[in-house]
Design a protein around this ligand. Structure first.
Ligand code: IMP
Ligand code: MG
Length: 426
């Protein structure tokens, strides 16, 4: 992915998240000097299997598992400092040194306990199926211009006043929502005062760090979270997350200009999954869906919820190629399909009898589409040991060729297992 002319690469999820971005970023981070998270927060669950060891990272960039990579949390992230430090402590207990190579934007907004309380309370009526990590309320505060940013911790006197106003407001909202729970000012003050001595030394102008790195010819990987169909603008609104998960968000959220980005890699599962509510046109009902879930181990990394499973949806990926400007695809979990005799792939939708290769903008329309399937033959061989395209059986290559033709972007990587080494560079 990186070469003389390609120094700044974005990796995004091209479906509904959980495509295996963690693994791809881990693999690419070996060649990167910087890895930057730029949106979302501790709602992400990036699973990385290095060898015999497995890590699930929610707030820390996946590059942290490579000793030389410098990891940044950009201004576009809503930072849950408790989760960050819990993860850093956990990594330390497993022998991973993070000191001196993780920095957080002082412009990033904080996710505090009252955000989580509000998130859980609003789910009682809104039923988006959020992760309950306070993401929506934290972004609401950001855009409502009442957020608390990392840099605010530098001014303890004004911070207490800020917290008092925010906690009071949160409690008014909780009352309106009819829940009994209340946020405690003293707990918030104690929490933030306790975190400041650890957070402030790693607070930085991360956009400037990225800019300087690129000027010095370093390689920068921008690590997306969630997926394009969960983007607040381009996703299946209102069943979306609260950030711009598409590649445009990388520029804003990392604090660099769009012209600094040289390539965008979209990660797609060889099939489709979604966790949370909202339309999923190619969802496989009953037995086939259950089987995919079992074969792929499709349970949420953050919440443990069973993921909804279905077949590859070309309309979704084509759309994703367009709204992200994808320059390449990484197809993951191809090995999950190893035992299937036949694999359905949706090539388009029928909408009120008419063929459509686009994604409707309203969820009500998307709920009504009729996917058109093509049935491709399975390969019925284990792919886990393949390291080159030539190692793949002809049916698996034909399957990939079909996905590439339907999607309109070249496949650059194929992942055939959870381990670091189980990857084919095309
Ligand atoms: P929120 O991001 O917690 O507000 O949740 C909004 C929607 O995005 C829900 O459907 C979540 O299940 C989904 N979501 C959030 N983060 C992830 C993720 O990392 N992977 C998959 N789905 C996610
Ligand atoms: Mg995940």
């Amino acid at each position: 992915m990186f070469d003389r002319k390609t120094c700044c690469v974005v990796v995004v999820g091209a479906q509904w998240g959980d495509e295996g971005k963690g693994k791809l970023v881990d693999v690419l981070a070996e060649r990167a000097d910087y890895v930057v998270r730029y949106q979302g927060g501790a709602n992400a669950g990036h699973t990385v299997v290095t060898g015999d060891e497995q890590f699930i990272l929610q707030q820390t960039p996946s590059g942290i598992l490579h000793p030389k990579a410098i990891c940044l949390i950009g201004n576009g992230v809503v930072l849950d400092p408790e989760t960050l430090f819990k993860e850093l402590d956990h990594l330390a207990s497993r022998g991973i040194v993070t000191a001196g190579r993780i920095f957080v934007s002082d412009r990033a907004h904080l996710v505090l306990p009252y955000h989580k309380q509000l998130d859980v309370a609003s789910e009682k009526s809104q039923k988006i199926g959020t992760t309950g990590r306070g993401i929506g309320p934290a972004y609401e505060d950001k855009y409502g211009r009442r957020g608390i940013r990392v840099g605010d911790l530098r001014n303890p006197e004004t911070l207490r006043q800020l917290l008092a106003e925010r906690v009071e407001r949160a409690n008014r909202l909780l009352q309106m929502m009819g829940v009994a729970e209340r946020a405690s000012l003293e707990e918030h003050v104690a929490l933030v005062e306790g975190l400041a001595p650890r957070l402030l030394p790693i607070a930085a102008d991360t956009g400037r760090l990225v800019h300087r790195a690129l000027q010095d010819g370093k390689r920068v990987l921008l690590e997306g979270a969630q997926g394009a169909l969960l983007d607040v603008d381009h996703g299946t609104y209102p069943f979306v997350t609260s950030s711009n998960t598409t590649a445009g968000g990388a520029s804003v959220g990392a604090g660099i200009g769009p012209t600094a980005i040289d390539g965008v890699l979209g990660v797609v599962k060889a099939y489709t999954t979604r966790v949370g509510n909202g339309p999923l046109p190619t969802e496989a009902a009953g037995e086939p869906g259950e089987e995919l879930r079992k074969l792929g181990g499709e349970f949420g990394a953050v919440t443990g919820r069973p993921r909804r499973c279905g077949w590859f949806d070309a309309n979704v990926v084509r759309y994703s190629v367009r709204v992200n400007g994808l320059t390449g695809l990484a197809v993951t979990k191809l090995d999950v399909l190893d035992t299937l005799a036949e694999i359905p792939v949706s090539t388009g939708y029928r909408v009120d009898g008419e063929l459509s290769e686009e994604l409707p903008s309203e969820v009500h329309q998307l709920e009504r589409v009729d996917p058109i399937y093509e049935i491709l033959p399975g390969w019925r061989k284990p792919l886990g040991n393949a390291r080159r395209m030539a190692d793949l059986p002809p049916e698996a290559r034909a399957y990939l060729d079909r996905l590439q033709d339907l999607s309109g972007a070249p496949i650059r990587y194929v992942s055939v297992g959870t381990r670091r080494d189980q990857i084919i560079e095309v």
